[in-house]
Design a protein around this ligand. Structure first.
Ligand SMILES: *Cc1c(COP(=O)(O)O)cnc(C)c1O
Length: 373
């Protein structure tokens, strides 16, 4: 622990407030392998098709406006999102990625000693932001690698201000039905904000899935976040958005950095949203190869967690020579970057983003070689 507040003035140099130095920085998916010139990156759930040509054109067109500040309200992009999803434009907030919206939510709601609740395999960004506000993080059990409504509810106490649920979840790929999400909402005190992170929502095509936007329209304590980073393939541009009631959106708008989404990012996102063909091709590719990867890798004797996202989670035995970390290293040595997820409390698993046909076939062939060596 860092020095208590009273000692900080007397310290010989500036000292971060208590808790900051206990936070482990976020580690992204690897993008390089020693000695491999062009590795195939299947470690960050990016869109393997890249991004829409229309979005690229819009980005290029923005080059002559680099000297200008963006529209701080992001009015054109918010209007495009509102039209696309049939939402009220004044209830939409933009973020420098949805990550920033999580951080702002933590800042709005957490006092030191308050807490957030998330699944034990939940996304690291929620917890980092909460701890930065001197909040605590309560991890709910996820039986069978799936968020469980009753386990989340059990963790809620009088200091709980936020519950974060990614649906579908990362890194498990599992998801809750609309009915389960509504049951979770019904079981939470009205003072607790339910954050429904829909980063992978478009990839879940099961009719029992609900994106939560209706719940956020009608409830006073629900916000849905979405991102342009995954389906739309604009991860580099950092654009996310949130939709919720005025009582949640308005305080976020007060503390949001005023120019948090850039002109090229806003323009590319508008173009991406209109490119339905690119979106359909992206979802179709994931649906086809996610099922194939699950079936093929399962056939090798490895347990694949059923996924509704653009990646699969593969579980390995703890037997020396056959572990998840060794599988990750083996795939890397052959030029394929995947993600070991020990930092998500899943030490025996790797997460593999769905790739192009050739990548998926290569991953299965390499895993076959790995398990039989
Ligand atoms: C990738 C991802 C996001 C998106 O983050 P951005 O900041 O919008 O790029 C959000 N939540 C989860 C669970 C993710 O995996």
């Amino acid at each position: 622990m860092t020095a208590p507040t009273t000692d900080r003035f007397a310290a010989p140099r500036p000292t971060p407030k208590p808790g900051i130095l206990d936070i482990a920085a976020y580690v992204g998916g690897k993008s390089k392998i020693e000695g491999v010139a062009h590795p195939v990156k299947l470690s960050s759930n990016e869109n393997i098709l890249g991004s829409s040509d229309k979005a690229k054109a819009a980005y290029r067109d923005a080059v002559d406006r680099m000297h200008m500040y963006p529209d701080g309200k992001g009015s054109a992009l918010r209007a495009a999102i509102a039209a696309h999803y049939r939402l009220e434009v004044e209830r939409i907030t933009l973020g420098d990625g949805s990550d920033e919206i999580f951080a702002l939510l933590n800042q709005v709601y957490l006092e030191p000693g308050d807490n957030i609740v998330q699944g034990e395999h939940g996304f690291a960004a929620y917890a980092i932001g909460a701890r930065a506000c001197q909040g605590e993080v309560r991890f709910a059990k996820e039986p069978g690698q799936r968020v469980a409504v009753d386990e989340i509810v059990k963790c809620v106490d009088e200091r709980t201000r936020l519950v974060f649920v990614a649906n579908p979840a990362n890194p498990t790929g599992t998801w809750l039905t609309g009915e389960e999400i509504r049951a979770l909402h019904a079981a939470l005190p009205p003072s607790v904000v339910l954050v429904l992170d829909g980063a992978y929502a478009e990839f879940c095509t099961d009719p029992r899935f609900e994106d939560g936007l209706d719940l956020a329209r009608n409830a006073e304590n629900v916000i849905v976040t979405r991102t342009f980073s995954k389906l739309h393939g604009l991860a580099a541009l950092r654009v996310g958005w949130g939709y919720g009631p005025a009582g949640i959106i308005e305080p976020l708008e007060r503390i949001r950095p005023p120019f948090n989404t850039s002109i090229p990012a806003q323009d590319a996102a508008i173009a991406a949203l209109a490119d339905l063909d690119f979106q359909q091709r992206s979802v179709a590719l994931v649906e086809q190869w996610r099922a194939w990867l699950t079936q093929q890798i399962g056939g090798l004797g490895l347990e694949v967690t059923p996924s509704a996202a653009n990646f699969v989670l593969i579980n390995f035995p703890a037997t020396p020579g056959k572990t998840a970390l060794e599988a990750e290293a083996f795939l890397a040595s052959k030029g394929y970057l995947v993600r070991a997820v020990g930092n998500y409390n899943l030490p025996n698993a790797i997460r593999v983003t769905v790739g192009l046909e050739e990548h998926n076939r290569a991953v299965v062939d390499l895993l076959r070689e790995f398990v039989s060596r």
